[in-house]
Design a protein around this ligand. Sequence first.
Ligand SMILES: Cc1ncc(COP(=O)(O)O)c(C=O)c1O
Length: 385
Amino acid sequence: MYTAPRMSRLGTETAFEVLARAKALEASGVDVVHLEIGEPDFDTADHIKEAAIKAMRDGFTGYCAAPGIPALREAIAEDASRRRGVAIDPAHVVVTPGAKPIITNTILALVDDDDEVLYPNPGFPIYESMINFVDGKAVPLRLREENDFRFDIDEFVSLVNDETRLIIVNTPQNPTGGILTRKELEVVAEAAIKHDCFVLSDEVYINIVYDGKHESIYSLPGMAERTILLDGLSKSYAMTGWRLGYGVYPPHLVDHITRLNINSVSCTSHFSQYAAIAAITGPQDHVESRCAELKPRRKGIVDGLNDIPGFSCRMPGGAFYAFPNITGTGRKSQELANALLDELGVAALSGTSFGEFGEGYLRFSYANSIENIERALSRIREYLA
Ligand SMILES: Cc1ncc(COP(=O)(O)O)c(C=O)c1O
């Protein structure tokens, strides 16, 4: 049966497919350790849930403003201004169901046939998928293990040119846990200004930085007018299922992105937005304590992976992913990921789920209990010993 040709260019996020396979195995009685999906294992804080329940009781159950309700846009602008050190106008904030639509809408609004887009590889797969879908030219910017999964500056400079429409940066990074320093961000900013292109800065893991401090390209001089700042509540507030994300846009894009919302989702769930206000303006100690809880898990998984024959793993600086090099096993990434799930009941992702430069790696999400992480590691260690 017919489908439009563009559908053959649309990629996917393999985490959801592996999750479905792992759940099916579980339903057939297999004991599966889930280290595949990028989801905190913490629950949403009670005061956030209460705000949503109150909003439902108060009748906020219908359609609402397409770019987000004013009180939430104001709360986001205030919070994002304070954290990035740049004044942000609430009118430039657009709220979406999850942060993903900010990627989709930004690429739809900016990228046309053959426009070049530089994106991190290995990187969040939706970037490459959407660039290809709109028939842009996807230009992978390789993240290098020897550089703690930052890109090489000379390589970056050689790839950006006057055909570049958009540069995507993601820090802290999925899938490597890498962190960009101010130095790399300054190079990106300089190139974006020189070649007059836009930057999409994906900062959904802003609250999960273990050492040092998060740097945002949005804060650099001259960048707010050409940067789309992407953030959301999924990872920071353990709210993946609530579907709450947002973008801060240069003024000329706001109406276009709002129309994309109207054409696709109409608006973001009304009562969820009250929960978002409670999350952003309420106590932040639970956010900090969860990051502190992830720290020993990071050490546990990295040490454990380094004990597995054929594996070597760098200490990630942020997010909740370990990205070990598995070339010493002599196995291909996808083949090994399949074997771990089918033979051991350990769900992890092949590095190739994140692009061609992910070959030779696996991704493990360690937003899981130490006990589960250890169960997975001992199964893999025994299997490869
Ligand atoms: C780098 C990155 N950006 C965006 C998203 C999308 O987040 P959300 O679940 O809020 O749509 C994710 C989710 O895994 C991510 O890892």
